[in-house]
Write a protein that binds this ligand. Structure first.
Ligand code: 6PG
Length: 235
């Protein structure tokens, strides 16, 4: 595990963007990346749109780790946020963008997206493999859309599951632990003081950390990166 700490959210966004761009440029052939919703990716997307709109994005294949069960033009849609902040500004063909269809019946979409992952990603030891999964972490220690009250979904034998937000009861489609921990690299983007308590617990990697979905992220590849700001890291 590697932990990188920056002064604030924009510095995290800049550093992560540089990391991402160099990873894209140094990968031969297609690179399969799962995006996250949340406030830090939004700043990353703005930085990429402003500074790297002219680079060659044609090798990039974009997916989502989770999506809210709303139509793609809804303000809550992770796809919509990504479109407005990144996709509309860069030269990436629509055929390289694989969104979770939040407007579909959730159980059916979880199955359909699992099938899409099996078809689009290299399948290694029977499981589709992302080159990079980008994750956020909620104040409650959730990641993707696996929340502490439904932590059993992490160990699902399905590639995608339907989850329910604990407060709003909004349904979400999310990838599960098997897919996340099978990725070649997993990168957390976590900023803000409200994350500090759970960041400390999760990074301790002890028994308590395992009661939070973010604490179960442990890719078999060993390539786990944490991009934090000082507020989240508590430094
Ligand atoms: C979502 C997410 C979710 C998010 C965290 C952190 O769609 O809500 O993918 O897992 O990454 O809640 O979000 P913030 O960065 O906004 O705190």
């Amino acid at each position: 595990m590697k932990k990188y700490i920056y002064s604030d959210k924009s510095a995290v966004a800049e550093a992560f963007s540089e990391y991402l761009v160099s990873k894209i440029r140094s990968t031969d052939g297609p690179i399969h990346i799962a995006l996250s919703g949340g406030s830090t990716p939004k700043v990353v997307f703005d930085f990429l749109a402003e500074n790297f709109s002219n680079m060659d994005w044609s090798t990039v294949r974009l997916y989502w780790g989770d999506e809210r069960c709303v139509p793609p033009d809804d303000e809550e849609s992770n796809y919509r946020m990504t479109r407005l902040h990144l996709l509309d500004h860069i030269g990436i063909p629509d055929s390289h963008v694989f969104r979770i269809k939040g407007e579909n019946e959730p159980e059916r979409e979880a199955e359909a997206y699992a099938q899409l992952l099996r078809e689009q990603l290299p399948v290694v030891n029977g499981v589709p493999q992302f080159d990079l999964v980008i994750l956020g972490m909620g104040d409650d220690g959730h990641t993707a859309s696996i929340f502490p009250h439904n932590i059993a979904l992490w160990d699902s034998d399905r590639l995608c599951e339907v989850a329910t937000h604990p407060d709003s009861s909004q349904q979400r489609v999310t990838i599960t632990g098997e897919v996340i921990n099978h990725a070649k690299t997993v990168a957390f983007l976590v900023t803000g003081q409200s994350k500090q308590e759970k960041v400390t617990i999760v990074l301790n990697d002890d028994v308590e950390s395992k009661s939070y979905p973010a604490g179960l992220v442990n890719p078999a590849s060993g390539n786990l990166l944490w991009f934090l700001d000082e507020d989240a890291a508590g430094t």
